[in-house]
Design a protein around this ligand. Structure first.
Ligand code: PGA
Length: 254
């Protein structure tokens, strides 16, 4: 069987609940009419307010559910949080963890991200760990160091069972929502850096379980350039996942 490819739509806080439901219904309809190769994995990550409704709409479809975040403890006194364990019970497949917007806007630390990665694997979710440098990191020559440190911290003492998958999304912060996507050759180079960092931190664990995807201004016109690179197994898509027709076109191009 061909290698799996992952296209994950991150809706962030961009849609009102009614819009999310409508978007899910349209996407389900469009996808049911298309012949999606079995190696293509398509998922969407709605905001938590819309999440259960979207999950109901997508039940039985080819579209899987992802969460934009999730708390590590299964339950308890954690005001405002939603646990990865609860999400799993509601049919979630993937959990985006450590998105740069959370690292920057709510000061999510590498230590917390590490706890969340461990919890996601414990509850049998596929974590999508986001790593990436800021424009300042890049200008000051720290890009690779920053990424290696993020990978090492997030995967510190993480055990991945042979049947489990971990996805790492390379998301240069400057490329997110800017319309300025990273050059595919640079994304390839960074994927190799991430792979090496993973090898160092996971030591004797099997690498094939870890898939690298790219995110940052991916659209229907440039998706092919990333998927043409053997080291890149898919994309995390923000803006271009918000309109069903557009997202469907991107999936077709992929
Ligand atoms: P973008 O967002 O596609 O809008 O750049 C990507 C992301 O934040 O994952």
């Amino acid at each position: 069987m061909a290698d799996k490819k992952y296209i994950i739509g991150n809706w962030k806080m961009q849609l009102a609940p009614a819009e999310s439901v409508k978007q899910a219904e349209q996407l389900k309809k469009l996808l049911s009419k298309s012949r999606l190769p079995s190696e293509m994995q398509v998922a969407v990550a709605p905001d938590f307010l819309s999440w259960i409704k979207v999950a109901e709409v997508l039940r039985g479809s080819k579209i899987q559910l992802a969460s934009q975040d999730g708390w590590w403890a299964d339950k308890g006194a954690y005001t405002g949080e939603i646990s990865l364990a609860m999400l799993k019970k509601l049919g979630c497949t993937y959990a985006i963890i450590g998105h740069s917007e959370r690292r920057q806007q709510v000061n999510e630390t590498n230590e917390l991200i590490n706890q969340k990665i461990k919890a996601a694997l414990l509850y049998d979710l596929v974590p999508i760990l986001c790593v990436g440098e800021t424009f300042a990191d890049r200008k000051e020559g720290r890009k690779e160091v920053v990424i290696i440190q993020q990978v090492h911290a997030a995967l510190n003492k993480v055990d991945i069972l042979p049947q489990q998958t971990l996805i790492i999304a390379y998301e240069p912060v400057w490329a997110i929502g800017s319309g300025q996507a990273c050059d595919p050759q640079e994304a390839k180079h960074t994927a190799l850096v991430i792979k090496q960092a993973m090898l160092d931190v996971l030591e004797d664990q099997d690498l094939p379980l870890v898939e690298i995807i790219y995110g940052g201004s991916v659209d229907k016109n440039n998706i092919k350039n990333y998927l043409a690179i053997p080291e890149i197994k898919g994309a995390l898509v923000g803006g271009a996942s918000l309109v069903a027709d557009n997202f469907m076109e991107l999936i077709k191009q992929a």
